[in-house]
Every structure is written in structure tokens, then in C-alpha cells.
Design a protein around this ligand. Structure first.
Ligand code: SAH
Ligand code: SF4
Length: 410
């Protein structure tokens, strides 16, 4: 019997399903709540449904079908990388990055902004307290409490949108896989549900940020990506202001995105300061030039305090020179932009070198002096190969045991 996944269906689809089954429409709402609020793993666990209906759904081949975590790697920095297996056996990777240790400051995420505000607040308090001479700095700082005292947790989940990627950026390990298939909306949102369950996260209390920055190009799987956003917002109750989608620059995607009702924040992988360099490292530039991409970005109606993030992977000697920084400044002039500099993460068979620490610092300083908020993204989980551009295919051997192709630790 062919199994049919319930996870991934929107309320309207569940209403239609109940109708074909001759069930009352309110049953659809119950299934919806069980799938996305309670995040159940099986139809049997949908205890708000009458047993007869549960049995009926199961006998007709309906199941929840969350991606299965078949492997977990835990980094020294708390980052976790999961191998997620879909119903057809294809696998993608999903990454969990606990925040709140100060390390994400400046990584461009909402958590980073919150943390920066809190730290500024703490520093202000320290100043005020020392001014009034009541207590030492250490005590004042501790008034802000640890995350546990605050009673909530904070983390960022990085999700994949495709099995592999068709875009072929020369510096990215995922590109080596080619594209195997798109993920469905349920498979994209399902990665989030599986990770939330593993960490027993309570949405509404804990602060979860999502980044569509795992394997794949979200804008080449546009409909499923947007549907997953609806499921995540309307079902799992994660606000779209806590989500960032990163694109390599798919022009029709950016144009469609500008008109969406539910829209995450946008990050554009700029990665070069002119079309010539960009074409060499991102051949897709032959199709869409930087100027066209920026023009489309300018048409996005930004919300209050919303910025567009420009990611810039620094490749030693290729795009990290002073003249490149000057060109970036000229390109981004007049755009509500912030820049995330990402030090290139090496991978096997990829022929680039990392920029020097000094070059990275100079690049950042030049952009900041030019008036652009610029951060250096801290690599997360490099020891477990979970950092940007390091997600890759994992293969099943003959016994269907899952083994990861691991490169040497970096
Ligand atoms: N396909 C989308 C989203 C996934 S890649 C995109 O390209 O934007 C997420 C980010 O990782 C992109 O900004 C990409 O430029 C960057 N990246 C890819 N490979 C990398 C590597 N080896 N080291 C550092 N960053 C990398
Ligand atoms: Fe695909 Fe993004 Fe990697 Fe480019 S950087 S190959 S678009 S995943």
C-alpha cells in the first residue's frame, strides 16, 4: 500500500481530505493541531482524534512521515549535525546551533541582534552601577541572568531545501553532488519538527530562528519552499521574522519573493564585487548579473528594522583584496544592507585557500568605515563538518547502514 504523508498538508488540504473521507470539517483542525502544534510522530499518537478515525486513516495508508534522524554528529561548540532520511531513502543534512553563548553576536541572525541588545544593556548597567559605586562589574553583569534563569532557550536551525544542488558554485561542497531532487514542503518543515522534538522545544517560550542555508537552492524549489514557510508560520507557529532564506541569486525567485504575503528575511550570496570574479566562482552569474539581482532586491518592500543581508565568502586572493571591498561599497550604496563575511570553509577537492586573518579584518574595517554594518560569521561545527558549504551527500551501504563520507577534520 502506498503511504500518504499527512505532515506537509495545509489546513485547506486537510479539510478537503476529511470531506472525501466523509468526516466533519473540525476533524481537519484536530489533525492540523496534532501535526504542527503537538508535533506527533504517528497517527496513533493523535489522541485528540477518535480511535475509529485514527484506525481509518492508518488503514487507508496515511502516516505522519517526519524525516528520520539516522545519524547525529555533535561538535565541541554545541552544534549538532543530523542526517535526515526521507521516505524514499534520500538524505539531507540539518544543523542545530544553540545560541546565547555570545558567540553568535554579529552572525546576522535575530538571535545575534537580541544578544547584542542584551549585552549592550548589560554593559550600560555595568557603567551605571560603577558610576553609582554600588557594586563591582561582575555582580552587575550577573543581574541579567543566564539563559536557564530566564527560562528559555535560543537556537538557530539550518535546514535544507533540496537533495544536492544544481547551482555549481566552485567553492561549495554541496555543489559536488549535483541535484538529486527537490524536497517537498513537508520534508522541509519536517526537518524543523524533528529537531524541535529532539530538543523538546516549546515554541512561544524558546526562541528559535530558522535559516534556509543548508543543502540546495531554495529559489530553485520555490513553490515547496514558500509552502514550507506557510506550514512553519501557520502550523509550527514560528514567525517569519525569525527566518532567513539565502539565495545564490535566482532572479525570478527574488522577484516572486518580493510579492509574498509571508516572507522571511532575505540573504543574497553576493560573494564577489564584480561580475567577472563572480562568474568564475559562481557560474550562474552568466545568467543573472549582479546589477539585475540588486535591482530586484531593491524592489522588496522591507519591514521596519529589516535589512537585506549580503553574504560574502572570502576566498584567499580571489575576492578578498582592498579593491574588492571598495567595489562592494559602491555596489551596496543606497541599499539597506548588512554584510556577513564568511571565511571560506575548506572541503576535499576544492582548490581555494582561506583568507588570512589580517585580510579578513581589513575587509571588514573598510566596509564598516564605508558605512555598512559588517560582521564576520563565526564558523559553527567545523569539527563535525557542519559549517557553511560543508553539507554533502551521505550514502547508504548495502546493508542500509548509513555512513557519512567524512573529510578530515579541519
Ligand atoms: N544555496 C543557497 C543557500 C545555501 S549555501 C546559497 O547559496 O545562498 C549558504 C551560504 O554558504 C551561502 O552564502 C554560500 O555562499 C556559503 N558557502 C557555500 N560554500 C561555502 C564554503 N565552503 N565556505 C563558506 N561558505 C560557503
Ligand atoms: Fe548551491 Fe548554495 Fe552551494 Fe551554490 S553555495 S552550490 S547555490 S548550496
Amino acid at each position: 500500500m502506498e503511504m500518504r504523508a499527512l505532515f506537509g498538508m495545509e489546513l485547506a488540504e486537510l479539510v478537503a481530505l476529511m470531506e472525501t473521507l466523509g468526516e466533519k470539517p473540525y476533524r481537519a483542525r484536530q489533525v492540523f493541531e496534532a501535526l504542527y502544534k503537538q508535533r506527533v510522530h504517528s497517527v496513533e499518537d493523535m489522541t485528540t482524534l477518535a480511535q475509529a478515525l485514527r484506525s481509518r486513516l492508518m488503514s487507508e495508508g496515511f502516516c505522519v512521515e517526519l524525516p528520520e534522524m539516522v545519524q547525529t554528529a555533535v561538535s565541541v561548540d554545541g552544534t549538532e549535525r543530523y542526517l535526515m532520511r526521507m521516505a524514499d531513502g534520500e538524505t539531507v543534512e540539518t544543523v542545530w546551533m544553540p545560541d546565547g553563548d555570545g558567540g553568535e553576536r554579529g552572525d546576522g541572525s535575530e538571535a545575534a541582534e537580541e544578544e547584542a541588545t542584551e549585552v549592550v544593556g548589560a554593559e550600560e548597567a555595568v557603567k551605571a552601577e560603577s558610576f553609582w559605586g554600588r557594586r563591582g562589574n561582575g555582580r552587575a553583569r550577573s543581574n541579567f541572568g543566564t539563559l536557564a534563569e530566564k527560562g528559555f532557550r535560543r537556537a538557530t536551525i539550518c535546514i535544507s531545501s533540496q537533495v544536492g544542488c544544481a547551482v555549481n558554485c566552485q567553492f561549495c561542497l554541496t555543489a559536488k553532488l549535483g541535484i538529486r531532487r527537490n524536497l517537498t514542503a513537508g520534508e522541509i518543515a519536517g526537518q524543523v519538527a524533528a529537531v524541535l522534538n529532539r530538543h523538546k522545544i516549546q515554541i512561544g517560550k524558546d526562541r528559535i530562528n530558522l535559516v534556509f542555508m543548508g543543502m540546495g537552492e531554495p529559489f530553485l524549489n520555490y513553490e515547496n519552499f514558500i509552502k514550507s514557510v506557510r506550514l512553519l508560520v501557520e502550523g509550527l507557529a514560528i514567525p517569519e521574522s525569525r527566518m532567513t532564506v539565502s539565495t545564490s541569486g535566482i532572479l525570478p525567485g527574488i522577484e516572486a519573493f518580493a510579492g509574498e504575503r509571508l516572507r522571511p528575511k532575505l540573504a543574497l550570496s553576493l560573494n564577489a564585487s564584480n561580475d567577472e570574479v563572480r562568474e568564475r566562482i559562481m557560474p550562474i552569474t552568466r545568467k543573472w548579473k549582479i546589477a539585475e539581482l540588486l535591482e530586484a532586491v531593491l524592489k522588496i518592500p522591507l519591514r521596519t528594522r529589516e535589512w537585506v543581508t549580503f553574504e560574502y565568502v572570502l576566498l584567499g586572493g580571489v575576492n578578498d583584496r582592498r579593491e574588492h571591498a571598495r567595489e562592494v561599497l559602491a555596489l551596496l550604496h543606497g541599499i539597506r544592507a548588512k554584510v556577513n563575511l564568511i571565511v571560506w570553509n575548506p572541503g576535499p577537492g576544492i582548490d581555494y585557500v582561506q583568507p588570512t586573518t589580517e585580510d579578513v579584518a581589513v575587509f571588514q574595517k573598510m566596509l564598516i568605515e564605508g558605512g555598512i554594518a559588517t560582521y564576520i560569521r563565526r564558523p559553527r561545527g567545523r569539527d563535525i563538518y557542519a559549517a557553511c558549504g560543508q553539507l554533502k551527500r551521505t550514502v547508504a551501504d548495502e546493508d542500509h547502514d548509513f555512513v557519512t563520507i567524512r573529510a578530515a577534520a579541519v
